[in-house]
Design a protein. Sequence first.
Length: 161
Amino acid sequence: MNLNSPNLILDTPILLLYLVGSYDTDYITRFKRTYKYTKDDYEYIKEIINRAKKIYITPQIVAEVSNWSFEIDEGRIYTYMKTLVEKFKNYLEGYIKLEALLKNEELLVKIGFTDMSIIELAKNIDCLVLTDDFPFSQRANSIGCRVINFTELRGYNWFKD
């Protein structure tokens, strides 16, 4: 799998890891939404993002990141949010109409609006989805989306020169 220069859609936990790490790598293991990740995970995600042509996010991802971000310690939230705003300026918004999200009601009730927006966006543009949600990655792959589960990337050096 070539991880150099694809267009990417970052699932919420992966994006949050990147944002928290960009703010303070020492906070990654102390924040309840990113504690399972390491500084090395952040560096790896950062390398993937730096090699991407474009990063896409959906309004649903933005909403989840925002909601989860306000769980950050009160003394840190202001400077963290400034980091978030600066990073978001570099991303493209992939808007999917509600009508499109509601088309596949059977899948929607299983995965929710955020994951459905990711699938619909990935189907509409040439994008690779990066997630750490195994059930989501399996469903998305089964309907033709290009998805990589971050957990499966750990331990491999995909960026050898």
